[in-house]
Design a protein around this ligand. Structure first.
Ligand code: IMO
Ligand code: MG
Length: 422
């Protein structure tokens, strides 16, 4: 059996949580493969709203196995709080969750380093969520990291202290001499809690499940435009958010990849710094933020908003080999007379259909305009109920990208989802 991958194709916050929760009905196994608690995957069911940071969004479905893969960085303190919150809803999280030994740990000094680095950058800061993601992945790649499997060995404290000493020395260079004893005690308690989970060789588990013909859904975090290689570097996150990340982050071979499901919002948002060609710094942008409730699920920051960027979307589709699309939050556009999409860029005065290398390039979008549908589509439950103008918008996106849109999401609830017939 193959591994299907769900990816955000923009700058994160595309609605991956909702779609994975909906799709988990037909996947017995859901796996996170990269990122960490910088992610905020919102799920809304009945009267419950829940934001997941580290736990895969299949956890609310009975009978699922949820895997935190080796490519993830895990903060035990945030993880403990999240699991306790899930448990308080009556969900047996320990029975539904498995953690890869090779996943790396975020230690308390990682978030201090994140904050110190951002402060030193001043105006050119990345706008990080300050969860310690960059420093934790730096330690992983620099071969200093601490892994989940280490907590089960006798050398754990020795390794932890060596890493702490390294961090303390760097923090001193930043002029910081913070007392972390309280944070460290809380972290050690959370590590104890983590020991109570099923911690395994994730790569063997994933391949055993594939051999046993189990369908696995890999749940991406962040988005393609935040990818460490293909995003607007350095205004990116520190992991591979594209499809290839699912292979390295789970131990699954590229030949195992089945469907690549790309999620995008009917418009664009970005939180944090960095280029955003279609950004609207005006009343229209404000209307998108208000109607879409565009405030960060992890940090509460207001998100930057703008029109759909098809140049960036097509780029993300190319990098990951996306086979089908899911369009989220389409209902947010209900109120607009005119809707725009970027089909090209003017880069330093020259027309281009490529995402530029230089984050300082002067990029102005070339727009195509569409007539708005001006109807409440959040109540539509069948494709036939959707307005003509909406379907024209959809058709254009499909033609421009060459990929079919298989699902329309028209609101946060599970039933505000139209799955199109093939
Ligand atoms: P989900 O999974 C939106 C952004 C941050 C910042 C940059 C680097 O909910 O879509 P980091 O904390 O990784 O050092 O921040 O990446 N960012 C996200 N933006 N959604 C996310 O995750 C994000 N995770 C990181 O705002 O600009
Ligand atoms: Mg988010």
């Amino acid at each position: 059996m193959s591994l299907d991958v769900v990816l955000g194709l923009q700058w994160g916050d595309e609605g991956k949580g909702k779609i994975v929760d909906v799709m988990a009905e037909s996947y017995p196994v859901i796996a996170r493969f990269q990122g960490g608690p910088n992610a905020g995957h919102s799920i809304h069911f009945g009267k419950t709203d829940f934001v997941l940071h580290s736990v895969p969004a299949g956890v609310f479905r009975k009978g699922t196995t949820n895997i935190i893969g080796n490519g993830v960085v895990l903060d035990p303190v945030i993880f403990k709080k999240e699991c306790e919150d899930i448990e308080s809803l009556g969900i047996p999280v320990k029975d539904r969750l498995v953690i890869a030994k090779r996943a790396h740990l975020i230690v308390p000094t990682h978030s201090l380093l994140d904050a110190a680095s951002e402060k030193a950058l001043g105006k050119s800061k990345i706008g990080s969520t300050l969860k310690g993601i960059g420093p934790a992945y730096s330690d992983k790649i620099g071969r200093n990291g601490l892994r989940v499997g280490d907590i089960l060995t006798g050398e754990f404290m020795e390794k932890f202290n060596a890493l702490k000493a390294k961090h303390t020395a760097i923090l001193k260079q930043y002029g910081l001499d913070t007392d972390i004893s309280e944070k460290e005690a809380e972290w050690m308690k959370a590590v104890d809690y983590l020991r109570g989970f099923n911690i395994v060789d994730g790569e063997y588990l994933v391949n055993d499940l594939l051999r046993a013909n189990k369908r696995i859904l890999a749940e991406g975090a962040q988005g393609s435009m935040l990818d460490v290689d293909f995003g607007s570097y350095p205004f990116v996150t520190s992991s591979s958010t594209a499809c290839a990340g699912a292979c390295t982050g789970l131990g699954a071979a590229p030949t195992r990849i089945g469907k690549v499901i790309g999620i995008f919002k009917a418009y664009c948002t970005r939180v944090g710094s960095g280029p955003f060609p279609t950004e609207l710094d005006d009343e229209t942008g404000e209307e998108l933020r208000e109607r879409g409730y565009e405030f960060g699920a992890t940090t509460g920051r207001p998100r930057r908003t703008g029109w759909l960027d098809l140049v960036a979307l097509r780029y993300a589709i190319m990098i990951s080999g996306v086979t089908e699309l899911v369009m989220m939050k389409s209902d947010v556009l209900d109120s607009f007379d005119t809707i725009k999409v970027a089909t090209g860029y003017m880069v330093n005065g020259v027309e281009s259909d490529h995402v530029p290398f230089d984050v300082n390039a002067d990029v102005k979008p070339v727009y195509k305009e569409f007539k708005g549908w001006k109807r409440n589509i959040s109540i539509c439950r069948k494709e036939e109920d959707l307005p003509y103008e909406f379907m024209m918008y959809v058709k254009f996106i499909e033609e421009f990208t060459g990929v079919p849109i298989k699902i329309f999401s028209l609101g946060p609830d599970r039933d505000q989802t139209i799955v199109r017939e093939a």
